[in-house]
Design a protein around this ligand. Structure first.
Ligand code: URA
Length: 208
């Protein structure tokens, strides 16, 4: 499944501000939150609606409301939390899950150090979030693990993707649509996206 690039001018403008090296930690966080809200609008476009009988001050009507169980936003730690915070601002009733993985430096196998999802997700859509789809290894490992809980559907949302990451993810999880604000040129030898924006976690949390 090809990645969907959400190319709304507001998103593209804010992404450019985020990329600038002089953008401060506070501004970076605010912009990521704003972009995440805007992207959530597109990613949730196909949520099913049902009609509910309500009364306005003037008369009764059958009005649309979102049908089904609340969606679950699943943050891939730690940078996923920046996107999650933005999405929760416009979907405040969403449920939340967290996945923490690190790569063993010797075996290069993804090791899980934290995993918590709502109990039964068999009738829920999961929105897995991580700002940077670089090599795609951690996203694939996270979705491998998440699929064991047998959710109804999964979508993957990132801010920036590398072509290599999109290809790797699509090869392993062709059933999971990818949404991103941009697909950049390539990865460098350290696995950073070029031109990219640097280390999203460090820029968001001011850890470097
Ligand atoms: N993770 C980041 O934070 N930045 C990159 O460019 C690649 C992975």
């Amino acid at each position: 499944m090809p990645a969907t690039v959400i190319d709304h001018p507001l998103i593209q403008h804010k992404l450019t501000l985020m990329r600038r090296k002089e953008t401060s930690t506070g501004e970076f966080r605010t912009l990521l939150g704003e972009i995440s809200m805007l992207m959530a609008y597109e990613v949730t476009r196909d949520l099913p609606l049902t009609l509910q009988r309500i009364e306005t001050p003037l008369q009764a009507m059958d009005a649309p409301i979102i049908d089904g169980k609340k969606i679950v936003v699943v943050s891939i730690l730690r940078a996923g939390n920046g996107i999650m915070d933005g999405i929760l601002k416009i979907i405040p009733s969403a449920r939340v899950g967290h996945v923490g993985l690190y790569r063993d430096p010797e075996t290069l196998v993804a090791v899980e150090y934290y995993f918590k999802l709502p109990e039964d997700v068999s009738d829920r859509t999961l929105l897995v979030v991580d700002p940077m789809l670089a090599t795609g290894h951690s996203a694939v490992a996270a979705v491998d693990r998440i699929k064991k809980t047998k959710p109804q559907a999964i979508k993957f949302l990132c801010l920036l993707a590398a072509p290599e990451g999109v290809a790797y993810f699509a090869e392993h999880h062709p059933d999971v649509p990818i949404y991103t604000a941009a697909i950049d040129e390539r990865l460098n030898e350290k696995g950073y996206i070029l031109p990219g924006l640097g280390d999203a976690g460090d820029r968001m949390f001011g850890t470097k």
